[in-house]
Design a protein around this ligand. Structure first.
Ligand SMILES: [Zn+2]
Ligand SMILES: [Zn+2]
Length: 170
């Protein structure tokens, strides 16, 4: 076993309170020391470095790359959510709509203001982070809109009544 592997194993097996103790004494021992060259350099040239970073991030090729990456990430989490909440069918819970681009996540019973805040762009990430909580389903845009607007979708029995009421109610 080489020294690095040994050290790693030693560290992994160390009980947590001992680890905490180690960190404490390490901090005490090195507290007054001069900061490393790179830290020092950064602190003294912060503005300049941030300027470089900003300039680099503003380059068209970098921006396109970052945007593509973001898009891919968003599509990936969206796909995972649609897959989970449709039970793997990738289909609307109300009608046979299967076109992926038309599908969306619906919060059953409308949800409270708490959920409204995270709706839109953050919903998918939030669902994954919270281990796919219950109370959501997959709907197509049409059914989602109809249920949101009239409380019932035209695909269901009795929907005409809801529609009539909605029209009369105007
Ligand atoms: Zn539908
Ligand atoms: Zn429907």
């Amino acid at each position: 076993m080489d020294k690095r592997t040994y050290n790693k194993l030693y560290w992994e097996r160390m009980p947590p309170e001992k680890k905490a103790e180690y960190h404490r004494t390490y901090y005490q021992r090195h507290k007054g020391e001069r900061k490393s060259y790179s830290t020092e350099y950064y602190l003294q040239n912060r503005e300049k470095i941030l300027g470089y970073t900003k300039k680099w991030a503003g380059k068209p090729e970098v921006r396109i790359r970052a945007m593509a990456h973001k898009k891919k990430y968003r599509q990936n989490i969206r796909m995972r959510c649609i897959d989970h909440y449709s039970g793997g069918t990738m289909e609307c819970a109300c009608c046979p709509e299967k076109i992926y681009e038309f599908l969306t996540i619906d919060h059953i019973n409308g949800g409270g203001t708490r959920h409204k805040k995270i709706h839109n762009a953050f919903l998918y990430g939030w669902l994954i982070k919270n281990n796919f909580p219950e109370g959501f389903r997959v709907l197509c845009m049409n059914c989602n809109f109809a249920i949101g607007m009239y409380g019932l979708c035209a695909h269901h029995d009795g929907s005409l009544l809801v529609k009539e009421k909605a029209i009369i109610g105007k």
